[in-house]
Design a protein around this ligand. Sequence first.
Ligand code: G6P
Length: 616
Amino acid sequence: MCGIVGYIGKHKASSILLEGLKRLEYRGYDSAGLAVLQEGRIDLVKKVGRVENLIRESAKHSFPGHVGICHTRWATHGGVTDANAHPHLSSDGKIVLVHNGVIENYTSMKKFLLSKDYSFKSETDTEVLGNLIAYHYAKEAVSDKTNRFFESVRKALLHVEGTYGIAVMCVDQPEQLVAARKGSPLLLGMGDEEFILASDASALVSRTRNVVYLKDNELVQLTPTDFSISTIDQAEVSPVVDKITWSIKDAELNGYAHFMEKEIFEQPASLENAMRGRFSEDGSTAQFGGLNLTAADLRMIDRYVFCSCGTAWHACLVAEHLIERFARLPVEVDYASEFRYRNAPLDRDVLFFVVSQSGETIDTLAALREAKRKGYKVMAICNVVGSTIARESDGGVYQHAGPEIGVASTKAFTSQLMLVAMYALYVARMRDMSFNDGLSYVQGLKQAPDLVRKILEQAPHIKEIASRYSQYSDFLFLGRLSLFPIALEGALKLKEISYIHAEGYPAAEMKHGPIALVNELCPSVFFVPKGEIFNKIVSSMQEIKARKGKIIAIVTEGCELPPDLADDIIRIPDCHEAVLPILGCIPVQLLSYYIAVKRGCDVDKPRNLAKSVTVE
Ligand code: G6P
């Protein structure tokens, strides 16, 4: 949520900054801005709308400087206007900054600053912080410190309640860039005689793969040739340099029309990556290197709590189904934002899991911290290596799905489904699952990438169906057991990217409310897998048909539906039960994608959404 990039080095800053900013656009796209420092002046441009607008506007200026910052905004405080766009300049013209996060106590700070004759052009909390830094900068002059600019940032931050990732410049210090983080992600990339700051790796990986992940309450002071990191309490920090394992090519479209389309088609590979090296030698169970828990520790666990937000929450619901079904252990699933505030009573031998693609979702992070504060061990399933959630958890599993750029999650979700299926197996094999059942479970998981490929081959058929349903304004998605979370996910995908109202419901529960919506204008997508509930789902379909509702049925190959019951059928291969949610998900991803494209929606950047939600 909001993306920031900073540059200091031997090259002209503006083009590097704008290239990086384009790659961060999925974090927010209400407005964008750029500031470059040059011989005692700050060149500043900001524009409402996409980064493209900013690039066009910037082309009118020369921006010769080698130090700069830029920002793409997801509005929190203040409407979407040029004035509210970042960077923000202090009213004395000394300090300019970009910010990701929320300054909670900005009202009292603003009052104080107004009394000191600082003035404001925007409604943002960020401008308040900029003026507070300027206030300290003016005060530092009196004490005549050599580190005046850096100290003014540090001192201002001591007063901040809330979250921030910031990059700050000072007009008097053309060879300096200062950045800090608390609660909002910030990386420092170390290039060839240059440093790049960014909210995430995609903005800097074209220039360097060597990065330092800044931690909360750390500040970094940069010159074109050197850097130092310290805490807000002035303790020196020895930087740990990590290597990004993917390349810029992984974050490009490579011939696809949208990132979402690309990421849907990458799923066979991302599923392989989730499994790689994670099965035992005898092929009867899964193994995880990063849990930091022994088999004996896990034997003590009586109950699980899974927390997350959005699509990842649906992965938790699948975890609940699979762990309860195969490992026979109770699982509770909570929205991270709810868990955090409802002070849930928890048993003693609970293991806590958080699931997050980005590893930065603030509510999920807060739930993790709350669980740890209560003394529980917290495991994380994350995609982004080095993310805050990955770092703060006691152990966990990386998804290795590669960068996911489309705002609507696809490959990261199915990779989470794969990992929770593997975890259910792992725990089940410690308990009652036999060796042979373990073997066939593993075989079932290993087939998943090929089965997904088979469904992807039906993309033209699904596209044709989508073209006939793109004008409807309401949809129901109905599924049972492990496909109920996929019904929720199908509905979420459709509303996220096509703005069609859609509801996911347990198929049988549909008659207790949503059936009131059904008529010839409200189609239903039914998940109809082979198995003991097949006939029950067929009955639910009959109830919809009797009320003239159109039906798209996602049916296991070989299962015959009564004639004329479904208007359209998408077949999924027969598979192991643990793989079913993964396979069920692919048709609804494609359906949503093609419907949104047909409606002319901006699939990768749906309105009002952002990929990484770092505000509460
Ligand atoms: C946002 C995104 C969703 C995502 C959710 C949780 O709302 O738009 O696609 O599922 O955040 O994100 P996380 O990174 O924690 O999985």
